[in-house]
Design a protein. Structure first.
Length: 225
């Protein structure tokens, strides 16, 4: 592990909020994934599934996943350099791979994406997030460990070039109806400009005004047999 990446990992985990708040954020993320999959109203959708969380940090989504009956494994740079090393995961053993706010830290995501395809079952799900450089612009570089920005188009192209199927890139709304998770010019304009408030605060703001987005979600599947 490089000194810079190790330092980032230790600093990031040292400034996390309290455990209960982190678990609530994790539950929000899992509910968002279920909404994107149109499965939020299926109580046992995750039951029996195997989930790996790549770049997991303090594993804040782990409790929400396990509460829904899935097995959870979190991997971060203290265990494996996800850009350059083989993941400690058996072939085709996972149903879902989650990668939140990691891709922008990788100079070359080629091996990382190849390893996801190796570890996830045919037809399995990849869900990831990364900043939207067209929305956050120069603020992207405020994090000195960010090395690779993505646009809506470049993220989709990256996944398609690496043989992922059914690729969907959307604004990173949280816990919205599935109708919000579409790849359209209007939807991105709405997310960046028409919805003024971020969906993460605790202020009493009407739901239709919440969801201002400066990031991207991508949902894709590995190739089926």
């Amino acid at each position: 592990m490089s000194i810079n990446k190790k330092g980032y990992f230790l600093h990031r985990n040292s400034i996390r909020g309290n455990r209960n708040d982190r678990n609530l954020l994790g539950d929000r993320e899992v509910r968002t994934l279920l909404s994107m999959l149109d499965a939020e109203h299926i109580p046992d959708f995750l039951a029996g599934k195997s989930v790996v969380d790549l770049g997991c940090g303090d594993q804040y989504i782990g409790e929400a996943i396990q509460e829904r009956g899935a097995s959870y494994q979190g991997i971060d740079i203290d265990e494996c350099n996800l850009e350059t090393e083989i993941f400690p995961i058996a072939d085709h053993s996972k149903d879902i791979a989650i990668c939140l706010a990691l891709l922008e830290h990788l100079n070359d995501p080629g091996l990382f994406l190849a390893e996801i395809k190796r570890c996830v079952k045919p037809g399995g799900v990849l869900w990831l997030s990364t900043p939207d450089i067209e929305a956050c612009r120069e603020k992207f570089w405020n994090d000195p460990t960010h090395v690779h920005p993505y646009t809506r188009s470049s993220l989709r192209m990256l996944l398609e070039m690496n043989a992922f199927e059914d690729v969907l890139v959307t604004p990173n709304y949280r816990c919205k109806p599935k109708s919000y998770y579409v790849d359209s010019t209007f939807n991105f304009f709405r997310a960046r400009h028409l919805i003024p408030f971020a969906g993460t605060g605790r202020l009493s703001i009407p739901e239709f005004l919440r969801g201002h987005c400066t990031g991207l979600f991508a949902l894709a599947r590995t190739q089926s047999d």
